[in-house]
Ligand binder design. Structure first.
Ligand SMILES: [Fe+2]
Ligand SMILES: [Fe+2]
Length: 320
C-alpha cells in the first residue's frame, strides 16, 4: 500500500491523467499590459521599501536577477507551448510569455536607472547572465520546466504577501517604483498557476518538481540575499562604519526574514506547501485580492494608471 502510494506520487501518468480532465475554459483570460514608466535614477528612493535602505537593496538585487529568471521562463514556456494540446492552456502560456517579457523589459529599465544610486548593476548583471547561461540554461528541458514552475511559485508567494501588505508600498513618494512593483506583483498573482499547470500536463513527476523547487529556493533565498550582503560593500563601504547603517541593516533583515511578519520569513510555510504532493497554486485563493487590486491600481487615480499604455489578450487558436 505504501509502495502504491509512493508510485502514485511520482508517477507522471497518474498526474497527467488527472490533468486531462481539467477544463481550462473555466479560467479567465489574462491580458498582456504595456506600461511606460520612464525611470529616472534621481527620482528613485533608496529607502523605497518601508523607509529601509537594506530591504530596498534586497529588492534591487531581486530586480537585477529576476530579469534572467524571467528570460528563462519565457524560453522554457515557448519551448513547451508547442506540446500543449489544450487551446486555452496554450493561450494562457502566450499570456505568461507576454507578461514576463514586459516585466523583464521594465525591470531592465529600472536596473539601468539604479546605476545612478551607485548600485553595482553591471557587476551583478555579469554574474546573473553567466550563472544562468552556464548553469540553468544548460539544463535539459524537463528540469527547466520544473525550475520555471518553482520560480513562479516564489513570485506567487511574494505577490500574495505584497497584496496583503499594501501599505508597505506607500511609505515612499516614489510613485514609479511603486507602480513597477505593484503591477509586477499583480500580474505574478494573475498568472501564478500557468507554469504549474504546464508542468503537470506535460510531465507531472513529483521528484523532478521538488528538484526545481529546491533550485529556485537556493537561488531566491540563498544566492540573492548573499548578493545583497555585498551591495553595501561595493556601493558605499564608508556607510558601513556608521551605527545608522547597522541599525537599518538589522531592520531590513527583519523586514525580509522575520518569522513574524517578514516577506519570506512569515511565508515559509506557504513556500514549503509546494512540496505537498497534491499542491496546486490556486489552493491559496487570491481572487478577491486580485479583483481589489485590479480595480484600485488600474482605474483612474490608481498607482499604475498614469503609466498604462494598452493591453492585449492573445486569441485562442485551434490546436492542429
Ligand atoms: Fe515576472
Ligand atoms: Fe511570473
Amino acid at each position: 500500500m505504501v509502495a502504491q502510494a509512493i508510485r502514485n506520487i511520482i508517477s507522471p501518468k497518474s498526474v497527467i491523467a488527472q490533468y486531462q480532465k481539467i477544463d481550462f475554459s473555466n479560467k479567465g483570460t489574462i491580458p498582456i499590459r504595456h506600461l511606460n514608466i520612464g525611470f529616472d535614477g534621481k527620482e528613485i528612493d533608496i529607502e523605497f521599501y518601508v523607509n529601509n535602505q537594506f530591504a530596498t537593496l534586497f529588492f534591487a538585487t531581486l530586480s537585477v536577477f529576476l530579469t534572467y529568471g524571467e528570460d528563462l521562463v519565457i524560453e522554457t514556456a515557448r519551448h513547451h507551448r508547442e506540446f500543449i494540446q489544450d487551446p486555452i492552456l496554450k493561450q494562457r502560456v502566450t499570456s505568461l510569455i507576454g507578461q514576463e517579457a514586459i516585466h523583464s523589459k521594465l525591470h531592465n529599465e529600472f536596473n539601468d536607472a539604479i546605476k545612478e544610486l551607485e548600485y553595482p548593476v553591471d557587476f551583478y548583471r555579469f554574474l546573473g547572465e553567466n550563472f544562468f547561461k552556464y548553469v540553468f540554461l544548460k539544463f535539459p528541458q524537463p528540469l527547466k520546466l520544473s525550475l520555471m514552475a518553482g520560480i513562479e511559485h516564489f513570485t506567487a508567494v511574494l505577490a500574495e504577501y505584497m497584496m496583503k501588505h499594501e501599505k508597505n508600498f506607500y511609505y515612499t513618494d516614489d510613485a514609479k517604483s511603486r507602480a513597477l512593483w505593484m503591477w509586477h506583483m499583480l500580474e505574478e498573482s494573475e498568472h501564478k498557476d500557468i507554469a504549474y499547470d504546464v508542468y503537470q500536463v506535460l510531465n507531472g513527476n513529483y521528484p523532478l518538481r521538488a528538484t526545481g523547487f529546491l533550485m529556485a529556493f537556493i537561488t531566491i533565498l540563498g544566492l540573492i540575499p548573499t548578493a545583497t550582503l555585498f551591495v553595501p560593500v561595493l556601493r558605499k563601504p564608508q556607510e558601513m562604519l556608521t551605527k545608522k547603517f547597522w541599525k537599518d541593516a538589522r531592520r531590513g533583515v527583519n523586514l525580509i526574514f522575520s518569522p513574524k511578519d517578514g516577506v519570506f520569513g512569515s511565508t515559509i510555510g506557504q513556500i514549503f506547501d509546494y512540496l505537498r504532493p497534491n499542491f496546486h497554486p490556486n489552493d491559496h485563493d487570491t481572487t478577491e485580492y486580485l479583483e481589489y487590486y485590479k480595480n484600485k491600481l488600474l482605474n483612474e487615480g490608481g498607482a499604475i494608471a498614469p503609466y498604462f499604455v494598452k493591453e492585449f489578450t492573445p486569441p485562442v487558436r485551434a490546436v492542429s
